[in-house]
Ligand binder design. Structure first.
Ligand code: SAM
Length: 280
């Protein structure tokens, strides 16, 4: 991950700043012990990520293979050829976040899950593995290419049959599901950031959570952009502002209780306040 991630796009602003410091130290007359200390800081941050991964249970054989095949897929060539929109392997939720999702699903006894943003199916299949035999995941995806790829990966697993894919804009699919009166125990928001607030408003205003349901919104730290602008591309700054507005809106929404967990690129867990605090 570290080697292939462009320096400006690494999701941890601490790493981006340490890389910048490392480059500065090489250009200037900096004592070796300072350079070594910078290298050590980078090593520590990377080692922490690796350690969390190592000390979390292995993903299933099918999810592991799906992650590997996603990492080795020729995303950039397909994008250049015009076959797919801009998609890359870094979009996958991956093992650590997958383990987190799986744990949430199992401890909440969820049966019906909605995912916005399927990509290659890592989150959907991991969630499906934690659901009972009559549980279901509906996942909304706009790109037909990844829908086909995810279906192929997921069909290799006995849990794949629990996943239904809705192709098209997640906003349209969500509105359609809301109009049909569908409700979900867990809703995982992980599609385009521009619409996070729209997704949230539909879910809350149209009452799409079951009693004691939970929204999980991914990337709510968005590479540090909501709270730290330095060394970011203009696009990341724009998306960071969108996520910051989303986070601010949720924070001020009296209906809900939320916690922003700094796992990977940030995951906010949002529940009805009355479900968390009870009544006196
Ligand atoms: C970060 S990835 C999802 C990762 C996935 N949840 C996982 O667990 O690996 C985001 C996905 O959302 C899809 N997407 C982007 N805009 C969308 C939209 N407006 N409607 C539906 N899907 C969209 C992208 O094509 C991409 O596959």
């Amino acid at each position: 991950m570290m080697a292939s991630t462009p320096k400006r796009a690494h999701r941890d602003p601490v790493v981006r700043n340490l890389w910048a410091l490392q480059e500065l130290a090489l250009k200037h007359d900096v004592p070796d012990e300072v350079k070594q200390q910078i290298d050590l800081c980078l090593e520590v941050v990377n080692a922490r990520d690796d350690y969390c991964d190592m000390k979390s249970s292995s993903a299933s054989e099918h999810v592991t293979s799906l992650i590997e095949q996603t990492q080795n897929h020729p995303w950039s060539d397909l994008h250049k050829a015009g076959t797919i929109p801009f998609l890359h392997s870094g979009m996958i939720s991956g093992k650590l976040e997958g383990n987190f999702l799986k744990t949430i699903i199992s401890l909440s006894n969820a049966k019906k899950v909605l995912e916005l943003g399927l990509f290659t199916g890592c989150g959907a299949l991991t969630i499906a593995e934690a659901l009972p035999a009559d549980g279901s995941v509906t996942s909304c995806e706009i790109a037909p290419y990844v829908k086909d790829l995810a279906r192929k990966f997921m069909d290799k697993s006995p849990h794949g049959k629990k996943v239904t894919i809705k192709i098209g804009s997640a906003l349209d699919s969500l509105a359609e599901l809301a109009d049909a009166g569908e409700k979900y125990d867990i809703i995982f928001i992980d599609a385009d950031k521009d619409n996070y607030l729209n997704y949230y408003k539909i879910i809350m205003d149209k009452d799409m959570l079951t009693a004691r349901g939970t929204i999980l919104a991914d990337n709510t730290l968005f590479q540090g952009a909501p709270y730290c602008h330095n060394l970011m591309s203009d696009r990341a700054i724009k998306l960071g502002q969108i996520i910051r507005d989303f986070n601010d809106f949720v924070e001020k929404d009296e209906r809900v209780y939320q916690v922003l967990v700094p796992i990977r690129d940030g995951l906010t867990m949002i529940r009805r306040r009355s479900d968390v605090e009870g009544t006196s």
